[in-house]
Design a binder for this molecule. Structure first.
Ligand code: GCO
Ligand code: MG
Length: 408
């Protein structure tokens, strides 16, 4: 069996999804997602210029050897661009494998450990009152877990993932449009003084059963992260995400020594070498890599197994930047993983997105139910795709009150 060709498409409804389609001489094709938010043209170029020319003629069933070839063969290894590009190939090869076996991917991993997998939605508000409305909306929709972010009184601009103005915040998505980044101003002191009380108020309002998550987006120093994690202990968070900069694995030692608040990290990691110490030293509770940036299903499944040895559960990234293809890869891992924790969920649901990526994966009562279709269980409608094209964007940047650059 041979790979006969592969194409890359960049575009989508309000997002520049990078979609890879690998064709074979047996008519079976596989799909992969290489979307790297706001740098989408780079994994697309890596695929088109280097990886696809090497793929032609290879046996698509040898997904392990192909992954090793691209990883070891790159010499300058890792990094989000390369790993997103390999990730798309790896997903597409698993998709082909599942279709050849006539089985959904979770069967190839070891079958289902659960029927529905818990997901969390994003609630946000310019202030606490709006945030509470937003949480109520998701609770009414049946969500059992909600990530909560709100504006901080006196902060010169909105803080992370929070709208500038009060209003309808049910489907709020950060505006990344335009190549010149928007500047947000961050004030750690105000955040540290305000947010623990706001979280306590949310707990009081919604009761003990709601799973409450909060994302610090790497903005605190290790000592501040420790103070914050300790201050929010009475709230009983499901997790505190990215309290400290993710590139420093040692930073979480201090947080761990001072608090029992569960910690989640990893959406910006690209390989096991970014999180091996965190997992082996049991400094975290949830690991958040995405199938895309981790380099696909092959390496992500190994990270899940390593995490399982150390009581670390999964909480895969699921920001709207991921297409339904990599979300499907994660749904299959979620269905199987004995150490599954939760799945972030935002992608599906718009009619345009469903038309571009038809699939049988279902969301019901805050749980995702994986499709039984062979392979990834998601398709790509190329006629729909013709409606979209690439439009450049950028993440906001963050400065402190005195102008110093900080972490977005
Ligand atoms: C999350 C993340 C995202 C990131 C985004 C960057 O927890 O979902 O923090 O919202 O900001 O993926 O591209
Ligand atoms: Mg996050």
């Amino acid at each position: 069996m041979k790979i006969t060709g592969a194409t890359v498409f960049v575009g989508g409804p309000a997002k520049n999804y990078v979609t890879l389609k690998i064709m074979t001489d047996q008519g079976v094709y596989g799909l992969g997602d290489a979307t790297l938010n706001n740098r989408e043209t780079l994994p697309a170029a890596y695929l088109r210029d280097y990886l696809i020319p090497n793929l032609i003629g290879m046996d698509p069933r040898n997904s392990e050897d192909i992954w090793q070839l691209f990883y070891r063969g790159a010499y300058f290894r890792r990094g989000p661009i390369a790993m997103a590009a390999f990730g798309a190939i790896d997903m597409a090869l698993w998709d082909i494998k599942g279709k050849l076996a006539n089985m959904p991917l979770y069967q190839l991993f070891g079958g289902k450990s659960r029927e529905g997998a818990l997901v969390y939605a994003h609630a946000t508000g310019a202030d606490l009152e709006d945030l509470i409305d937003s949480i109520s909306h998701y609770v009414e929709q049946g969500y059992k877990a909600v990530r909560v972010q709100c504006g901080i009184p006196g902060m010169p601009t909105a803080s992370y993932a929070v709208p500038d103005k009060k209003g309808d915040v049910r489907n709020y998505i950060t505006d990344y449009s335009g190549i010149k980044p928007k500047v947000e101003i961050w004030d750690t002191d105000r955040y540290m003084r305000y947010m623990p009380g706001a979280l306590a108020e949310i707990r009081g309002r919604f009761g003990a059963d709601l799973k409450i998550l909060h994302d610090v987006h790497h903005r605190l120093l290790p000592r501040e992260g420790a103070e914050f994690a300790k201050a929010v202990e009475p709230v009983g968070l499901f997790w505190l995400e990215d309290p400290t900069p993710a590139e420093d694995q040692d930073a979480l030692k201090l947080v761990r020594q001072h608090s029992t608040t569960p910690i989640a990290i990893g959406e910006v990691f690209n390989s096991v070498w970014d999180c091996n110490k965190l997992i082996e030293n049991e400094l975290i509770d949830y690991i958040r890599l995405a199938a895309t940036y981790a380099g696909g299903i092959t390496p992500l499944k190994r990270i899940v197994d390593l995490a399982g040895l150390h009581h670390v559960r999964t909480g895969f990234h699921g920001a709207p930047s991921h297409s339904p293809i990599s979300m499907a890869a994660q749904y299959h891992l979620n269905a199987w993983a004995p150490n599954f924790g939760i799945q972030e969920y935002l992608v599906l649901g718009t009619p345009e997105c469903d038309a571009l990526f038809p699939s049988g994966h279902r969301m019901e009562n805050g749980m995702v139910f994986v499709s039984d279709a062979p392979g990834l269980g998601v398709d790509f409608d190329e006629q729909e795709a013709a409606r979209y094209s690439y439009s450049p964007g950028s993440h906001p940047v963050v400065r402190l009150l005195d102008g110093t650059m900080w972490n977005y």
